[in-house]
Design a protein around this ligand. Sequence first.
Ligand SMILES: Cc1cc2nc3c(=O)[nH]c(=O)nc-3n(C[C@H](O)[C@H](O)[C@H](O)COP(=O)(O)O)c2cc1C
Length: 177
Amino acid sequence: MKKLIVLAAVFIAMPLMAQEESILHHYAARNFTAGDVGKERLDTVLTAGVNAPSAMNRQPWRFTVAQDIKFVKQIIPDAKDGNVLIIVSVELKNGNAASAVLDCGLAVQSMYLAAQAVGLGSRIYTGPIGIVNGKLKKEIPAGHTAVAIVRIGMVEKADAVTAASSRKSMEKIVTYK
Ligand SMILES: Cc1cc2nc3c(=O)[nH]c(=O)nc-3n(C[C@H](O)[C@H](O)[C@H](O)COP(=O)(O)O)c2cc1C
């Protein structure tokens, strides 16, 4: 009986631990390697984006998935075979810009974390957004503005704790009143 309770506790704790692990310990991948991310893992990442929260549940985002390596390299020239880019875009209308962009940011973050939770590398990019909103504009939904790109791919396994850059201390950024 005692064994059963311990086993049940472990099974309940496992998903929580996995969630905490991916929220607390992540890093922006630098050393992507060539290799297919696989349809199942790509679907999991996209599902995380689809399920992200948004203001008034508007879900204003659209995800354009760039898999063709020639297309991918137009946006990130050093991309490796099999890297996938998820371009998150939104229709910016008068008055909705702040929350629409924030909504997209949440979808971006969810996909970034989900990729790492399923063992892929991921990195968020805004640097190449000008290229997407410029010469590649026709590749995203009409009327949309690209907000960010999530790059996912195979990566040499690194320790997320040491691979991540340092952060400001909690004392510096948190104020208790
Ligand atoms: C909104 C946003 C935009 C970013 N844009 C770029 C980019 O254009 N190019 C790039 O190499 N990394 C980009 N990054 C990755 C950050 O540089 C990285 O997340 C940050 O330095 C933390 O790195 P770490 O996870 O290794 O600690 C971006 C990250 C965010 C959140």
